[in-house]
Design a protein around this ligand. Structure first.
Ligand SMILES: Cc1cc2nc3c(=O)[nH]c(=O)nc-3n(C[C@H](O)[C@H](O)[C@H](O)COP(=O)(O)OP(=O)(O)OC[C@H]3O[C@@H](n4cnc5c(N)ncnc54)[C@H](O)[C@@H]3O)c2cc1C
Ligand code: FES
Ligand code: FES
Length: 1468
């Protein structure tokens, strides 16, 4: 049929030239919508043009969810449909005719008319607040810490509940597109579940809801174990909250997304206009090409043909094209986005015997159609065909991605690790391709299996598109399909290996089950999706039996074997996975066959025999249910405890004089000790919290992009910025020469001035990504284009770049001046003996490696530098943990007096140590540009730049020799430990030395080693400078000890639990660096008793048996209205510091918490601050706040006494003001750094951690010689000082399940008990513990930093970091939280050495996360066929787990004879 279609180039009036955009209920004026550009993301448009900064940029690649918004449109069926999308990938022009809701639109902390909320509820009563229930619960459940992820998570939930009744199952299936680096997810889970109607009241076998049962205490039912989910406080809290929420909020909230859909968009007239095609040309300086949105297939095909030669791109979900344009800098002059009104393209249907999927149908619509088909029992074949597709889609990307991405995009991208392509190939899918041919649509068909012709190439002409995919329905019996996927992380991760397998069996004449047809399609084992033809041929016609599949496995291994340097690496693991999948498929089909044969086995041949033990192997994570998370959080009754302040202020605190100040209308409540919600919670949850990138600036604002070195191990020969300066919109490009012109000092570094702001020509490049300069321009996009245009040349040095610790050892590349030793006794002599006091000495020797870790704070480094008074003054708004350090280096490098540089920091979207020193470099670069252009400049790093340049946690290598004495009765005592620690410092010193020192202080962990020597050698390599990270070397040190304890336990033939418990420090002991546990250290030593408590409460021996069967100065201002403003030197990065400081001040004055406000951290208010790090901020700023409060209270004492006893604070303050009393006080408290030490019992961990205070309690001088008058009854090394103030202590237990065939793992349960002293805010402390724990779990499991080193020669250039975004670097996701996660704070804990008897909490529990690592190691040990000692390296990736399990399958996949020494490759 000939059709009259638009001739776009000729018929100028035929299309609209401006999109119709609605945001938060309002239609955007033409002045705004006309600014939407073809290659612009919705996020950029919302933030830059609409000034809606609530949606955040966390990664720009769809991997973190911080940018999530809701897009709603009217479907063809007249229904409003809502989808949550990643605004960082969603093209703004694709929102034409849609309504976009952002976090600002759904509720507001203070009603200012900017949201859609009315001031009144439906009964006409004034509303208490304007928060949507989702926002409300996130605040009340402590779901936000730094708050950067919060708007995205709220919008994801909003999207989920917009189209679905809030229900827990939906949560578990769909909360997969958002990451949070702070909370550990548990409070977010609780908040979300409290919104769901179906969080069931669990009923015990007796029929009574457990939590309501009056006899629960006495109940002897199995289910009534307090630590069981049914009785969990999480469940009851969630249930109780639901009731409150329901009463307070009407169901109208849930109708909000549809209710606020603009009525204009429902109007037929507008809808008719929208049926016109759209054409938008970018004539701005961005030159972003032309966007077409055709409304018929023929027009679409015609456009493709017309623009084919000049470069045209079909764009549907943009999840692939968006990555190509942003990260690979692809430029398309024409982009074509098919209108949803094109018949067939977006539909999924089941005509005849086929499932037909429109090529542009979103994956979520496909998933939901499959779900419907699966539930229709009357259509068995459709249900059967739909299931594997549905199951694979559950683990495909994230909800936000699936909501927009289409099947055509997945096919045409032809990624070798596509998940759908192997599935469709194995299911014998057929593609219909369409093109324009002389005014008509011409079609042809091709099998999916024939479509992939090579690496990312397909058998499709450039003028063709895929119209649809047709999948034949499966037979109702005896035909089976199963999807397989193994990824680094279960949720939102691309596959390492993926497969789709189909098999049909028939009864052969020998009365056997034989395979009549089989398709085995794989991804991740070749440059493209492939069918394993040889293996298929081998199996076809053979008997369906384990023996046939055994033979087939060997054929498959020959067919798929990969070279050692295969791109992507992991050849042995990938082959093992493919082989294991095949075995799993056999097990799956065998199980299904049993079901099909059903009750009439006699009618059929005998079924293949499968051992019971093996049958569980059929399961994999694809078919696994996404578990709900449950658990308890318990803490002692809140109390105001007196700590260090009682030493300073005597009884004043204890006798609570401030309660007397509290009078009518004021808080009579104690605030210290209460689980108050995060002070910024409401602002986080409404998107009103401002981060550095959100701070409004003037129209003259310039955006910066760094010029980075593209190779290292070379000399920078030249930099030519002229190509950048020629780009319209570029305002400047600055290098080292410009710093010289400014008269600035280029040198930088926190300890050694061995680093530079901008590398100078002629100098050696330290690392790939080193900063060479900065380009500033009118937009971010142009600045980036400018930075890429800068031309640089290098001359390569001889030899290879030193990348790993092993490279550094070979090349002697160390900072030798910083090599430190802690020594007690004579280790060498002790290890030479064979027997001591009749006990046999058992000696072990080996090595242990732990990997690096990326901070992955959700907010990338960001700085706004504002010059004033002809750029003689600079105000820097920076996301930094170190305002003073930033001020210092900005002043030095820009040659500006420090007094003229003010650094301000309101909040950070996470820091974790990563913004202590490394943030300063980006702030300095931005300041240089601001000073030289005399215009405000903003530099917000892209995630990949941030990850490539800022360094992370240090990787460690330990070489050790250790001995223990075994007595005749089998008891074992540690005797001697000699260990050499090496850490990979990267190319500059930064904090490498102190981090290594900390590891030395922790490598004893909690164990008494009578003879001990630890030597630390910092290694210089070509990696970016590594820096502080939660725990600061402590975790790395302790991880070594735990490895050694395992080694010794095995060698001495005792249980790890026993070895650890019997060798823990006692009060009589002291550490190798001379610190006693009794004596001067008067804190409680709780580790042994905490250990015993968890050990018996959790019945560890019983569980083991069961398993074997299967983070200084402060100003306080009192205002005459009785409110208090606190400014302190600490920085808020989510750790709740401001909240705790408010609690301390409110408690001191006896006023409500809301009357205390913490201002920005600013160098003009508090000078010479120290960074917020080492978990000591509350210790420091809490005490300093109290000091300032006490000064004011002392001054107003007379006034207060002259007024009636119940006079409110504001009256006291007013009178004091008129009496000319200074109501501002400056508090001061000094302190130093801390220690963390731990012990681990297999999967069971304990640790101790401390912060340092007074000089006599917190100094350690490495070089100090033993004084002649040293009292030899004092511990060895104690003349060097007393490094730590107190110990934060804790124990943890973890239980995991591993899949021995794939290496997949999940944490079934974790129990954590921590002594945080007397908590100032238990909710915040528990939040810190959970967040640290999950970060620790990430470090030791899924988070693997990979460099182009000798183990990864497929990455170029050498020394480049490969893991530069959420796509390649996997922090834990929602689904990685332990299924049962119990966290308790120790009762009766006190600490006389810190404010209100509290303790540092931010860092210590990090190490407890490694309980998961040791549990995995135990599980691997149990699965191994050999009892030999093995070095199980960190992190325990799925590859290390699988390969360490070491069965015949993995052995076949490793080169002959190498299986026993095989170690998966890693970057250390
Ligand atoms: C965070 C993230 C996670 C991901 N996770 C996974 C995963 O787990 N598994 C996986 O397999 N993939 C994954 N992907 C890849 C991606 O989601 C898929 O490839 C997706 O299906 C692409 O669809 P799209 O509509 O976004 O394509 P687009 O980006 O719009 O287009 C991609 C390509 O396909 C072409 N194209 C699109 N539709 C058609 C058509 N009908 N006919 C002809 N050409 C067409 C385009 O011209 C372009 O060349 C992920 C991507 C991201 C960003
Ligand atoms: S910023 Fe969009 S997903 Fe991360
Ligand atoms: S609160 Fe989630 S990233 Fe900080």
């Amino acid at each position: 049929m000939k059709s009259t279609h638009l001739r776009y180039e000729e018929d100028a009036g035929a299309y609209r030239t401006e999109p119709t955009l609605f945001v938060n209920g309002k239609r955007l004026p033409s002045s705004l919508s006309s600014r939407a550009r073809p290659n612009q993301t919705l996020l950029d448009f919302l933030r830059v043009e609409c000034k809606l900064t609530g949606s955040k940029l966390g990664c720009g690649e769809g991997g973190c969810g911080a940018c999530t918004v809701l897009v709603s449109r009217l479907s063809g069926k007249g229904r409003v449909v809502h989808v949550a999308v990643n605004a960082c990938l969603f093209p703004v022009l694709a929102a034409d005719g849609c309504h976009v809701t952002t976090i600002e639109g759904i509720g507001s902390f203070k009603h200012d008319g900017s949201t859609l909320q009315s001031n009144f509820d439906r009964n006409g009563e004034a509303k208490e607040d304007y928060l949507h229930p989702i926002q409300r619960v996130m605040i009340d459940f402590h779901g936000s810490q730094c708050g950067y992820c919060t708007p995205g998570i709220i919008m994801a939930l909003y999207g989920l509940f917009a189209d679905n009744e809030p229900n827990a199952k939906h949560l578990e299936e769909h909360l997969d597109g958002n990451l949070c680096r702070c909370t550990g997810y548990r409070p977010i889970w609780d908040a979300a579940r409290s919104l769901c109607g179906d969080v069931e009241e669990t009923v015990g076998p007796c029929g009574t809801p457990c939590r309501q049962c009056p006899e629960r205490e006495d109940c002897t039912m199995d289910c009534n174990v307090k630590d069981k989910a049914v009785c969990s406080s999480t469940a009851s809290k969630v249930n109780a909250y639901q009731t409150v929420l329901r009463e307070k909020h009407s169901d109208d909230w849930w109708k909000q997304p549809t209710a606020m859909f603009p009525t204009e968009l429902l109007d037929e007239g507008l809808q008719n206009q929208l049926t016109k095609p759209l054409k938008v040309c970018d004539d701005s300086i961005h030159n972003g090409g032309t966007w077409y949105q055709p409304t018929s297939l023929l027009d679409l095909l015609s456009l493709i043909e017309t623009h084919n030669e000049a470069g045209v791109k079909l764009v549907v979900g943009n999840t692939e094209v968006g990555i190509e344009t942003k990260f690979k800098h692809a430029i398309y002059s024409t982009m074509i986005h098919p209108s949803r009104s094109i018949p067939g393209l977006y539909d999924v249907s089941t005509p005849d015997d086929f499932l037909v999927i429109g090529s542009c149908a979103s994956l979520s619509s496909l998933q939901s159609t499959c779900h419907q088909l699966m539930s229709d029992e009357s259509e068995a074949r459709k249900a059967k065909t739909a299931r594997p597709i549905h199951d694979m889609l559950r683990w495909f990307a994230s909800t936000q991605i699936r909501n927009v991405a289409c099947i055509g995009g997945n096919l045409v991208t032809a990624s070798p690790i596509s998940d759908m392509n192997p599935m469709l190939a194995s299911m014998r899918g057929v593609l219909t391709l369409a093109k324009h041919d002389r005014g008509e649509v011409a079609r042809r068909q091709i099998n999916v299996s024939d479509f992939f012709t090579g690496y990312r190439s397909v058998a499709m002409h450039t003028n063709e598109i895929i119209e649809c995919v047709s999948v034949p329905l499966l037979r109702d019996r005896f035909e089976y399909v199963s999807p397989f996927k193994q990824a680094r992380r279960r949720e939102d991760d691309i596959s390492i290996v993926t497969a789709g397998m189909r098999l049909s069996v028939t009864v052969s004449c020998g009365n056997k089950w034989s395979i009549d047809s089989i398709s085995l399609a794989f991804g991740g084992v070749a440059p493209t999706t492939i069918l394993a033809q040889e293996t298929m041929a081998y199996l076809t016609g053979r008997e369906f039996s384990e023996a046939s599949f055994d033979g087939a496995r060997r054929v498959l291994q020959d067919e798929l074997r990969m070279p050692d340097d295969v791109p992507g690496g992991q050849p042995q693991y990938r082959l093992t996975l493919a082989s294991s999948f095949l075995y799993k498929f056999f097990l799956y089909c065998a199980g299904e066959l049993v079901k099909d044969v059903g009750d009439s086995p006699g009618k059929y041949p005998p079924l293949p025999v499968v051992e019971d033990e093996a049958s569980s192997g059929a399961a994999g994570f694809i078919s696994a249910a996404k578990p709900s998370i449950t658990g308890t959080q318990t803490y002692p009754e809140p109390k105001v405890a007196a700590g260090l302040e009682s030493e300073k202020y005597g009884d004043v605190i204890r006798s609570k004089p401030m309660a007397a100040v509290a009078a009518k209308g004021q808080s009579k409540e104690d605030l210290v000790g209460k689980p108050a919600t995060h002070a910024s919670g409401p602002l986080h949850c409404t998107g009103e919290a401002l981060y550095a990138d959100d701070i409004p600036s003037s129209d003259s604002l310039l955006h910066g992009s760094l010029i980075l070195a593209t190779q290292c191990h070379s000399t920078l020969e030249s930099i030519d910025v002229s190509p950048a300066l020629q780009i319209p919109g570029v305002a400047g490009a600055f290098t080292h020469e410009d710093i010289i012109k400014l008269g600035g000092d280029n040198r930088m570094g926190p300890i050694l001035l061995d680093d530079v702001a901008f590398l100078q020509v002629g100098e050696q490049v330290g690392f790939v990504g080193q900063v060479l300069g900065i380009v500033v321009a009118d937009s971010q996009e142009i600045a980036e284009k400018g930075a890429r245009a800068v031309s640089t040349t290098y001359s390569e040095l001889d030899g290879n770049a030193i990348v790993s610790i092993e490279d550094a050892i070979l090349a002697n590349s160390f900072w030798t001046d910083f090599r430190h030793t802690i020594q007690r006794g004579d280790v060498d002599d002790a290890l030479k003996q064979s027997e001591v006091d009749g006990k046999k000495l058992v000696v072990v020797e080996g090595s242990f490696r732990s990997g690096g870790q990326e901070h992955f704070y959700l907010e990338p480094n960001s700085t706004l530098a504002v010059p004033s008074e002809s750029a003689t003054n600079l105000t820097i708004y920076a996301s930094t943990q170190a305002p003073t350090k930033t001020q210092d280096f900005v002043a030095r490098v820009t040659n500006t007096p420090a007094a003229r540089v003010v650094v301000r920091m309101k909040r950070m979207g996470g820091g974790f140590g990563g913004k202590e020193t490394r943030s300063v470099f980006s702030s300095v670069a931005c300041a240089v540009a601001a000073k030289l252009t005399n215009r405000p400049c903003r530099l917000t790093m892209n995630r990949d730049t941030d990850m490539a340049t800022t360094g992370g946690r240090h990787a460690f290598l330990a070489k050790y020799k250790a001995g223990a004495l075994v007595a005749d009765d089998g008891s074992v005592k540690l005797h001697a430990f000699s260990v050499q620690l090496f850490n990979n410092g990267g190319c500059k010193f930064d904090l490498t030395g102190p981090v290594l020192d900390r590891a030395l202080f922790h490598v004893d962990n909690c164990y008494m080693w009578p003879n001990f020597r630890a030597v630390g050698t910092p290694c210089r390599t070509s990696q970016p400078p590594h820096t502080a990270f939660r725990g600061f070397g402590g975790p790395q040190g302790m991880a070594v000890t735990e490895h050694v304890m395992d080694h010794l336990a095995q060698a001495c033939n005792v249980s790890g639990d026993q070895l650890r418990r019997t060798n823990m420090y006692t009060l009589q002991d002291c550490t190798p660096f001379g610190m006693r546990f009794g004596g001067k250290f008067t804190g409680k030593w709780n580790v042994p008793s905490m250990f015993d408590r968890l050990y018996s409460d959790l019945d560890i021996p019983g569980r083991r048996a069961a398993a074997s069967e299967f983070n200084k100065k402060t100003n306080v201002h009192l205002y005459t209205d009785g409110t208090v403003l606190v400014s302190h030197g600490g920085t808020e990065m989510g750790q709740g510091l401001h909240t705790k400081v408010c609690q301390v001040a409110a408690q001191a004055f006896g006023i409500p918490l809301d009357d205390v406000y913490v201002n920005d951290s600013s160098t003009d208010k508090v000078a010479n601050t120290i960074p917020s790090a080492a978990s000591m901020s509350t210790d420091l700023y809490g005490m300093a706040t109290l000091d300032a409060c006490q000064k004011i209270l002392k001054r107003i004492k007379v006034i207060r006494e002259s007024l009636p006893a119940d006079a409110p604070l504001k009256d006291v303050a007013k009178k004091a003001f008129f009496d000319r009393i200074d109501l501002t006080a400056h508090g001061f408290f000094a302190g130093k750094l801390g220690r963390t030490a731990f012990t681990e019992i297999g999967s069971f961990l304990t640790y101790i951690c401390s912060t340092e205070v007074d000089d006599d309690r917190c100094g350690f001088d490495w070089a100090m010689e033993k004084p002649e008058d040293f009292d030899d009854t004092q511990p060895e090394n104690s003349w060097k000082g007393h490094p730590f103030n107190y110990f934060t202590q804790g124990v943890a237990f973890a239980e995991v399940e591993i899949d021995v065939l794939t290496g997949n793992h999940k944490t079934i349960r974790a129990d954590v008990l921590v002594d945080v002293g007397s908590s100032i805010n238990p909710a915040i402390d528990i939040g810190q513990i959970e967040g640290a724990y999950i970060q620790g779990v990430g470090w030791c499991t899924t988070e693997e930093v990979v460099y182009a080193d000798s183990d990864h020669t497929w990455i170029r250039p050498r020394a480049r970091v490969f893991t530069t975004g959420p796509g390649t670097y996997k922090i834990p996701a929602f689904n990685d939280v332990p299924e049962t996660f119990n966290v308790s704070l120790l009762e009766d804990a006190s600490n006389p050495f810190a404010v209100h008897s509290s303790k540092a909490v931010g860092e210590p529990p990090f190490f407890l996360g490694t309980s998961v690592f040791y549990a995995i190691k135990d599980a691997v040990k149990a699965a191994r066929t050999s009892d030999d000692y093995f070095e199980f390296r960190m992190p325990a990736t799925s590859e290390r787990i699988r390969m360490a399990c070491g069965d015949y399958i993995s052995e076949e996949c490793i080169a002959a004879g190498k299986a026993s020494s095989f170690q998966p490759k890693g970057s250390y």
